[in-house]
Ligand binder design. Sequence first.
Ligand code: PEP
Ligand code: MN
Length: 344
Amino acid sequence: MILVMNYKASENDINKAVKQLEEWGAKTTISKGEKKTVIGIIGDKKALLSKPLNTLSGVEEVLEVSAPYKLASKEFQEERSIVDVNGVKLGGSHKCIIAGPCSVDTEEYVMQTAIAVKKAGATMFRGGAFKPRTSPYTFQGLEEDGLKLLAQARAETGLPIVTELMSERDIDVVYKYTDVIQIGARNMQNFPLLKEIGKLDKPVILKNGIASTVKEHLMSAEYIMSEGLKDVILCLRGVRSYETAMRNVLDVNLVPYLQKLTHLPIIVDPSHAAGKREFVSSLGYVGMAAGADGLIVEVHPNPSCALSDGDQALLPKDFDYLMDKLSKLESWNQEEWYDMDTNK
Ligand code: PEP
Ligand code: MN
């Protein structure tokens, strides 16, 4: 349920409405748009059924949100969300390219990569210090030592860092170093973990699960948002299908589709979709052309020595090429299309 405030509603009206709703036992969240403010009511609303919600001062209408992912839905917030990571913006008209190694390995490689991707125009740096590996006998990540190397790369380049959190056990240490928390495909439906990160104040990149549906992806975003965090970025990293030619199938058709359902920023991960270096750049290009707000791409200066996903790591020169191509690309704007389309 949402309370849409009228354009004349004052700050005082909004605060009073929130206070009253909370006194009636509701949990609320606010979305302030350019044109209107919406108060979202989360959780059990039984207690509110008999209350005179539309008589609260400043309330224009009380609406039921039909989507089950309420806070993530366009019904709750029409305008596209913009996530601000230490001044680097993502979403709306702000495009953001995140690049770096799959796993943090040596200081030399990490620094070399960070400097190279920054020079090419990347706006954030990625690297895994806790790695979800199919085999328990392969490299599992450098853990805190890896996080320290990421912090060193940030100090050198100024790029905010993105790293994966796999378990509730590691929240404190990951929180201490990172700017953006990545939730990987394997944890998309780890609900206790999603709830815990929703209580924090760092933006989250939520990847789709390997066989998840759009609705499941959005419901997982909702788990995070229902705890209070607004800065959730959806990431499409491909899904498993009967087609085994590439590592995954990049469901790039979901970029415009998701934009219709949600205000959350959407990025594409062409690396885990392609699985092979030679296909990564074209998938990234297609993702941006489809209107994604950004990419997350794996880059390594010496892929044969990478401790994970070397086959899909772009060399810095490949990344330069991709960035050059992207700089000339005019990406699709689905919202402009909706505006033109009288049947929307
Ligand atoms: C990664 O980003 O290195 C990773 C493990 O991704 P995913 O969760 O998409 O497999
Ligand atoms: Mn990887």
